[in-house]
Write a protein that binds this ligand. Sequence first.
Ligand code: KIV
Ligand code: NA
Length: 265
Amino acid sequence: VKRITTNTILGMKQKGEKIAMLTSYDYSMATIVDEGGIDVILVGDSASNVMAGHETTLPITLDQMIYHAASVVRAVKRALVVVDLPFGSYQGNSKEALNSAIRIMKESGAHAVKLEGGIEVRESIDRIITAGIPVMGHLGLTPQSIYKFGTYTVRAKEEAEAEKLKSDIVVLQEAGCFSVVLEKIPAKLADEVTKSVKIPTIGIGAGPHCDGQVLVVHDMLGLNKGFKPRFLRQYLNLFDEINGAVGSYVKDVKSGSFPNESEQY
Ligand code: KIV
Ligand code: NA
């Protein structure tokens, strides 16, 4: 199989071919997602919520991200693997940011990193890209800043914040980012900024005009019961499927019907 590279992703925008991205955090899921034909696998810091049960993405550590990323990389034959730099690993100073990105690349074998923010993190982005590490940006709702925002509602509905986003995406393009995630912003704004730059935009809750789309794999598979934001399309209801399978197993063990004649030595 031909591997997807950051150049493939940039070329897809030029050809008008949509980019499909999903998260994965472990070997088993990444194997299935990669074989399903996904273009980009994001080892998101949403692992903090989805895998570890934290309320926010803030607690996950660089070591934990590297563990998830290495597990995913071992599974993937085709997709581009992008790894989130976790909260606290790049905001403070650009040297620390570079060290964090280098650790991810060296210790996991991933292909690129992602970080949140625009002009504020420009120096960190410059330094990482100068070292030869591709960077994906992330604007709009940036969950690592949740305590600044106070809520997970739609961002950049007001003029000032929309203007800031429009200038931030140009900053990211000029810094050399190969793409940018736009999270939870009005579809019209996402359309406008997507047309204003050459780098592909990948939306989540940002409407149909982005160059690609991303979802958290557990959400689209229906593993997170009760999480049903408007932007989410749920393709399966795996919570109920697995719940039912566990119930059947418990019943079979209790009744003695498992294991049967052919399920023993
Ligand atoms: O961590 C994550 O899953 C993300 C996506 C929602 C873009 O950053
Ligand atoms: Na993230």
